[in-house]
Each structure stands twice: as C-alpha cells, then as structure tokens.
Design a protein around this ligand. Structure first.
Ligand code: ADP
Length: 483
C-alpha cells in the first residue's frame, strides 16, 4: 500500500511533543511491514539538520490568497530507513523561517498554506497514494480540500485518515481563512458550536474518511460533553468512523541498550549500568550521588494539561521524604514561566533537586535512563509517551488514571492482576493527596521491598508497547477504506 504521512512534526528533527515520535515510529513500522511511505513536513529553519542530507527534488506551485506561490520540495533520508519530503514555501511571509515550530499569530495561515501546498505537490506526482494520513488541526485542511473538484478528480480513490493527538488544540479560524486556500465546500460544517469561529479540527472530523485518536480511553473520554472541548456533537455524528488506537513507541529509537545519548548501555538482561547513568547525570547536573534516595523524574511541556501544580507537590514530596527529583520541561505561558523560573533558581544548587527549563532531546534520554520513578500527573492525557518510555528505561511510572495513562499503566496494589502483570502506580483524583499517596506507595516499595521493586522494574522493561500491534490496527483501517 502507498501511504503518505503529513504532519507538522517528526522526531528527532522537528519535535515539540509526542506527535513527532508517532510520525517517526508509525512510519518506520509501516515500512518494515512492506509498505511505501512518504512523509511530508514543512522545511523549518529550526530543523535539527545534523541528522539530514538535503537534496532539492523539484519545485511546485500552490495557491494562497488569490495567487500562486513557488515552493521548493526537498528530500532527505532520516535514521537510515525513512525518507522525508520537506516543503519550503517562497511566500514573502517566510512561513517556516521563524526559529520555532509553533507560536505565531499567523499559525493558521502557515499551516493552511502548508496543507494546500502538500496536496498540490502530491497532485503533480505520477503515483497516487492509497491513504493520506493527516495529524491534528495543522493538517486537517487536507481533508477539506479533498472535497474540492480539482483534488477529487486527481485523487478519486485516495482515502483520508485523520489522527487526533490532542482535541484541545483545534485551529480556530474564520471563513476568510478557508477562502485563502480556495476551499469551495460547506464551510458551515466547520462551525464551532459555542462561538462564531470555524474550527479546523472539526473539519477534519467531518470530512476525513476515518478518524482515530491515540488511546481507547481517550476515545471514550472525548465522547462526552465535558471531555470533548466543544466537539461532542461532531464526534457523536461521526461515531461510526471514529476509534481509539493506542500509540506505540519506537523501540529502536528508545532503546537503553543502544541509546547514543546515554553513557552506559543497559537492558533487562544486564541492568547494572543503569545506575552508572544515574551517577553520570548527577555529575552533569551537579547533584549529590546517593544510594539512599530514589530519583523521581518528570519530562513534559509545562501546560495545565500536564498537572503542573501537582508536579510542584511531587517536588515537595521528594524534598520532605528523602527522594531526589528532576523536572525537565518548558513553559510558554508567562505566569508559568515566572513560576518555574523561580523554582529553577531556588533549587539551582540543591543536592537533590533540579528543575531544568529546556527542551533537550539528549538530556531527556539521560533522565529516563537515570530515574527510578517517573511521575505523570496529567489532568487529561490523550495517550502520553513519557510513561511508556519510562517503562522501557526501567523507571517505574506513577500516573493519574486518565486517557492513555489508564491504558498503559497497571497498578501494583489496586489492579486485579497478579503482581507479575503489573508495571506501576496509579492515582485517580488530580489532587495532591492522591498523588502523594501513590508516590509514597512507590517510595516504600523501593525502600523496603528491594527484590519486588527490582522485579517491577524488569516487568516494565519487558512490556511490549512497540508499534507492531498499533500498526496492525491502522492497517485494518487502511485496508477497509481502500477496498
Ligand atoms: P505531548 O505530546 O502532550 O507533549 P507525550 O507524552 O505524548 O506528550 O510526548 C512528549 C514527548 O516529548 C516525549 O518524547 C518526551 O520525552 C518529549 N519531551 C517533552 N518535554 C521535553 C523536554 N523539555 N525536553 C526534551 N524532550 C521533551
């Protein structure tokens, strides 16, 4: 099958969050299973070019605001097994030469332009994709444009799969924005129910042939008034083509036995070097080596969704109960930036605690490898990859029961499973008491039941959250659509 993946991110060259990991992992697994996969992303000026060797492939023109604009199409291998296509617009507004991926007042224009340019480029190729898979609001307009006569005629059999990684970011826009990309269809179908805005996320839900979100529990949560960020009606009306498929993790990229960012390789068969990674990281961050204290870590975007207030309680727990704590994250909201800058300053020289306000892939790998426990107190979490990475790196997850966290972590004490079938700790209510109680359960086990703890660590490392199974589920959808 010929599948085209189009998104605003791909790891490790253009990564803000889990979407980037999914683009890499799913594409790689599809190729392994024998499919032809093209990946298209914008040619940002902030790409991690050390992983790339660009070749210009062709130019193509695309429509935007009444004129045709020239784009250069580039190609590069990635990781040895992927081939990525990049679109570089020569529009005067230099949409992707801004130093970062998101966060500009004209983000709607930037990604609408990109969406139209992708279709124009694909329309000029000899081969026709069986499936175009689009991700989140940034590329949802492709589902809309496929309704227009020009693209309908060019792609009569191509089907669109729309994956929702987070329903909260919706791409609110106006009818004028859709005029800009020449969308002729029924704009009222994109009407946001609670405002005058149109909504690209809703457009993706309405117009795609299949809509997938990234875990079964999140799929249920968004099918409710409270959980749908206003899109309940749209989801309900499109229920028949909607489902949840748990994301996988790229086990080749996230592998402590071969991780190029970690000083000491280890595996479930030989876990000893994990502790050397811990000492190495402590030296790097100027923290005190201690055998007596577990290291609790968290890595996330510092946004309310991630339970940032609870992360501060996790820090307090560590300080008061003899644990060490590392938070790696970045904030964009001015209030949160202020708060976390103050915390970073407060703990700058603390022997046991570090707040690192950076987005740094290599450091993230070292934190996973060094930590004993990994806390994810999200208010909601569509899938969440950090708890899966933690499991793979022998760090025991302590998570709130929501979305994909509920689908991936099996509690040692409260699940009905035998100990051997468990992998972490879960709490229910998003409050400090419940989270601290879960942290305490983990801490006590680490301290007083060393043997069980070690077994739990190994159980997590043996867990299989690789892309094999999720890819089979996507394949079932593609095959059904293509027939
Ligand atoms: P989301 O997509 O909501 O941000 P996920 O858990 O799905 O959350 O994925 C987060 C991904 O981003 C993981 O690969 C995680 O390691 C990475 N990440 C998050 N924050 C940082 C950071 N500050 N530095 C490096 N990597 C980060």
């Amino acid at each position: 099958m010929y599948i085209v993946q189009i998104a605003s991110e791909i790891a490790p060259i253009a990564k803000v969050g889990g979407l980037a990991d999914v683009m890499m992992g799913l594409s790689r697994e599809l190729i392994l299973q024998g499919h032809k996969v093209d990946i298209i992303i914008p040619k940002y000026d902030c790409l991690q070019t050390k992983y790339l060797q660009f070749t210009p492939v062709q130019t193509s023109q695309s429509y935007f605001k009444g004129s045709l604009h020239e784009n250069t199409i580039w190609s590069s291998p990635l990781n040895g097994d992927l081939q990525v296509t990049f679109i570089e617009p020569h529009h005067p507004l230099r949409f992707f030469e801004r130093g970062q991926i998101y966060g500009f007042p004209d983000d709607i224009d930037r990604f609408l332009y990109f969406s139209r340019a992708c279709l124009e480029y694909l329309a000029g190729l000899k081969e026709t994709p069986d499936i175009i898979q689009i991700h989140d609001w940034e590329t949802a307009a492709i589902a809309l444009l496929m309704q227009d006569t020009r693209f309908k005629e060019r792609f009569p059999k191509t089907k669109i799969v729309f994956t929702i990684h987070n329903l909260e970011y919706q791409g609110r826009c106006s009818a004028f924005n859709l005029d800009d990309i020449g969308f002729q269809g029924a704009k009222e179908k994109l009407q946001h129910p609670r405002s005058a805005d149109l909504n690209l996320m809703k457009g993706g839900i309405v117009f795609a042939d299949s809509v997938v979100t990234v875990s079964p529990t999140y799929a249920k949560e968004v099918m409710t008034e409270e959980g749908s960020s206003g899109l309940y009606e749209a989801l309900l009306q499109n229920k028949a083509k909607f489902c949840g498929i748990l994301n996988g993790l790229d086990y080749k990229y996230w592998n402590p036995a071969t991780d190029r960012f970690c000083a000491f390789a280890y595996s479930a068969q030989d876990i000893k070097p994990k502790w050397q990674n811990k000492w190495h990281l402590f030296d790097e961050l100027g923290m005190k080596r201690s055998d007596e204290k577990p290291l609790i870590a968290s890595i996330c975007r510092l946004v309310p969704q991630k339970g940032v207030h609870l992360l501060k309680y996790a820090l307090t727990h560590a300080e008061e109960n003899g644990a060490q704590f590392i938070l790696l994250g970045t904030a964009h909201d001015p209030e949160l930036i202020k708060e976390f800058n103050a915390l970073e300053e407060q703990y700058r020289f603390h022997p046991d605690i570090r707040i690192v306000l950076k987005n740094e892939e290599a450091l993230a790998h070292r934190v996973y490898a060094a930590s004993d426990m990994f806390v994810v107190p999200s208010i909601f979490e569509p899938c969440g990859l950090t708890q899966m990475i933690a499991l793979r790196y022998g760090s025991v997850p302590i998570v709130r029961r929501t979305g994909g966290l509920a689908d991936t972590v099996v509690d040692v004490d409260t699940s009905k499973k035998s100990f051997k079938e468990t992998n972490g700790f879960i709490f229910d209510a998003p409050n400090s008491e419940e989270m601290m109680a879960a942290l305490m359960r983990a801490h006590l086990m680490w301290k007083e039941k060393k043997k069980e703890w070690q077994e739990l660590v190994l159980q997590g490392m043996h867990w299989d959250y690789s892309w094999g199974k999720p890819t089979e589920m996507y394949m079932k959808i593609y095959t059904k659509l293509a027939n």
